[in-house]
Design a protein around this ligand. Structure first.
Ligand code: GLY
Length: 375
């Protein structure tokens, strides 16, 4: 059995064990071997249902499927009651409602996914041509802000076009991805986490960080969202002339990510840390980038060896330095950094780091379950 196969087996066992104690709640973060459990009221809820669907697809264990199905009403409630609703519709609904529509053949879940796609679509700002990340549409400051993480929510818009036959959703995704490539990516392939526009004129203003150490630093998870997000955009737009540009963009971000990676192959939370900041690792940036590299290998056949080499390094770094091998561990990856400037979960389990690790393990062992791009 390869190392990836061994880790996959353990990961599936942990998802199963966790599913027996989580009930109506969602594992989010932890600094111990036990995940804390929260209500469905933040941006990370979909990663737990996503792990359940990945594990169900791999094992056929209907207990996992039923655990995910039991949680879907809480996602509907998010929309009904406007609970923390913003650009994160893809993270929340692709990994819950859309997965349920595909893997449990549930048309009501598809209808709910469409509701979430309309929410995302309506956050598109004509002036500036970007999807507003946070806050009510048109809000004073945040109305002018887009963030790299949104690249990961675009698969929802591509799905909506496919589902309805209306190209308008995918067109907005393409516009946002092109605007973001123009402004959030610096000439050297590093990225700004966020970028601001003048909402009146649509004129570009400036790059700023939100979760990184400084406006001109390189927040590792933002860079990883970019690698994976542009790789998925290239896959989803494979029939459009934009696909080659998205491959080129993802490749540039991937090469920069790898060029900055330290010798242990685990990303620091920010690659360009100014003096005085704590030097935590961020394993979630590693697992997200790992999935991005594996997707790039699928969409850019001329450079497969290069991406596979990157993936191998990232996998080895995570397996050697971050995998939680304690027998009572509920999580997969130690050393995730959620929000260092706010001092939140800085050396912890992060459910999204674990989701992407499980996705990567399935891909590495030839068992890919794609909740984002296919179907
Ligand atoms: N999307 C928020 C984060 O990556 O922390």
């Amino acid at each position: 059995m390869s190392l990836a196969e061994k880790l996959l087996k353990t990961a599936l066992e942990r998802v199963k064990n966790n599913s027996q104690i989580t009930g109506d709640l969602f594992p989010n973060y932890s600094d111990t071997t036990e995940y804390n459990l929260n209500e469905n009221n933040n941006w990370v809820a979909g990663f737990w249902t996503g792990m359940l669907w990945l594990a169900y697809a791999q094992t056929g264990d209907t207990g996992l499927r039923d655990c995910a199905i039991n949680l879907l009403p809480s996602f509907e409630k998010r929309l009904d009651e406007n609970i923390h609703i913003n650009h994160d519709m893809g993270f929340l609904f692709m990994l819950s409602a859309r997965a349920q529509s595909a893997l449990a053949n549930d048309p009501d879940a598809a209808a709910l996914t469409m509701r979430s796609a309309d929410v995302l679509l309506n956050r598109f700002r004509q002036k500036g041509q970007y999807i507003q990340a946070w806050g009510p549409v048109g809000e004073d400051r945040r109305g002018g802000q887009m963030i790299m993480d949104t690249m990961m929510n675009l698969p929802l818009l591509f799905w909506a076009s496919k589902h309805t036959g209306n190209p308008g959703y995918a067109e907005i995704a393409l516009k946002h991805a092109k605007t973001m490539a123009k402004y959030n990516i610096r000439p050297d392939g590093s990225t700004y986490h966020t970028f601001f526009f003048d909402q009146e004129t649509g004129d570009p203003l400036r790059g700023e960080t939100h979760q990184g150490a400084a406006d001109e630093s390189m927040w590792a998870r933002g860079q990883a969202w970019g690698v994976c997000g542009y790789a998925m955009a290239a896959q989803l737009a494979s029939e459009s002339p934009d696909s080659a540009f998205f491959v080129e963009t993802a490749r540039k971000l991937a090469q920069k990510f790898m060029a900055e990676l330290p010798a242990d192959d685990v990303p620091p939370w920010d690659f360009w840390l100014p003096d005085g900041w704590p030097n935590h690792r961020d394993s979630s940036a590693g697992s997200i980038a790992l999935v991005g590299m594996l997707r790039l290998a699928q969409i850019d056949p001329d450079n497969v060896a290069e991406y596979n080499g990157y993936a191998q390094r990232l996998f080895n770094g995570l397996a050697e330095h971050c995998w939680d091998s304690r027998p009572d561990a509920q999580g997969l990856l130690l050393h995730g950094a959620s929000h260092v400037p706010k001092k939140l979960w800085m050396d912890s389990y992060l459910i999204y780091g674990d989701f992407f690790m499980l996705e990567a393990l399935l891909m590495l062992t030839g068992n890919q379950v794609d909740l984002w791009v296919t179907g």
